[in-house]
Design a protein around this ligand. Structure first.
Ligand code: NAI
Length: 295
């Protein structure tokens, strides 16, 4: 079995370096035409450069097709213009990898509201902007593959990353609704939580681990998640060639003996018991699970 991206058009945001670059290169190597988006700023989102252009040159040197876009994912109009340019050139948009991101780490006690707002804006609103910009096209085509980029911080927490974690779990939440709304139009939406040695993690990883966690080792999972036979509504962890699945689950819980907080305390162990837990496919399944306890 070979996974090909021949005749597919892909947009990868934040693809001027790190993970996005690895995704763009591998998509192009497997036949996709790629829009390489990157503002080219510093890790904290300040400044800009033509980082995207260098990746386009790498793709072209290897015989692939790509063009660069220096727009910011935070600017909806710029993302619409990017999508229009790709459609004018290649006629369709099959794949969107929402990958652009920034960091402004500080403990919550020291974090300025502006640094919270900015990080949420780039990751969460930025991904919503790009997704909205391709959504109607994918619906009209009856085909689309969208990948959100979450993080272990969003799923499980990390000291000093309240802004980043809020945005990242928000992205998993966005995917969970979009996969429902996109299903009848052939749009599949998944979330990846990567672990990679990039400039985002260069001061966290020791040198040997940095190499072992090369971005190229995340690319196979990302590419599978935007391929023709991709699943939908999955949250997939990937790093150093290991691929995992993360789930949001619901325990059967307990029907309260009395409608009092004391009853919650008394029945606590039953409430949190994971035996028989489910992975709901939509919010409605929580209501259904409650109803089934009442019968
Ligand atoms: P990176 O810093 O190399 O890549 C992020 C890219 O996004 C940069 O090239 C940057 O210029 C671009 N960017 C930032 N703001 C932008 C904007 N407004 N518009 C367009 N582009 C913009 O870091 P890395 O590690 O490759 O990160 C890629 C994604 O993976 C990010 O969403 C990050 O949060 C996520 N991630 C990375 C992890 C890791 O271990 N490296 C762990 C978990 C998540």
């Amino acid at each position: 079995m070979t996974i090909s991206f021949d005749n597919r058009v892909a947009i990868v945001t934040g693809a001027g370096g790190g993970l996005g670059r690895a995704y763009a290169l591998e998509l192009a190597r497997r036949g996709a035409k790629v829009v390489v988006n990157d503002l080219g700023g510093a890790r904290d989102g300040t400044g800009h450069s033509d980082a995207a252009l260098a990746v386009v040159q790498e793709i072209e040197t290897a015989g692939g097709e790509a063009f660069s876009n220096g727009g910011s994912v935070t600017e909806y109009d710029q993302m619409v213009a990017m999508v229009e340019a790709a459609k004018a050139r290649w006629g369709r948009i099959d794949i969107l990898i929402n990958n652009a991101g920034v960091l402004r780490d500080r403990s919550f006690a020291k974090m300025e509201p502006e640094d919270f707002r900015f990080v949420v804006d780039v990751h969460l609103n930025g991904s919503a902007n790009c997704t909205k910009a391709v959504w109607d096209t994918m619906r009209d085509q009856n085909y689309g593959r969208i990948l959100m980029t979450a993080s272990s911080t969003g799923l499980f927490g990390n000291f000093g990353q309240a802004n980043y974690g809020a945005a990242k779990l928000g992205l998993a939440g966005l995917a969970k609704t979009l996969h429902l709304e996109g299903a009848k139009y052939g749009i599949k939406v998944n979330t990846i939580a990567p672990v990679a040695g990039t400039r985002m993690t260069e001061d966290i990883f020791p040198e040997a681990a940095f190499k072992a966690f090369a971005p190229e080792k995340v690319a196979p999972a990302a590419l599978f998640l935007v391929s023709e036979d991709a699943p939908t509504n999955m949250i997939i962890g990937a790093g150093a060639g290991v691929v995992q699945a993360a789930y949001v689950t619901l325990t059967p819980g307990a029907r309260l003996a009395e409608l009092t907080p004391e009853s919650v305390a008394v029945q606590w162990n039953e409430i949190i018991d994971r035996k028989g837990e489910i992975v709901p496919n939509s919010g409605a399944e929580q209501t259904m699970s409650i109803m089934s306890q009442l019968q």
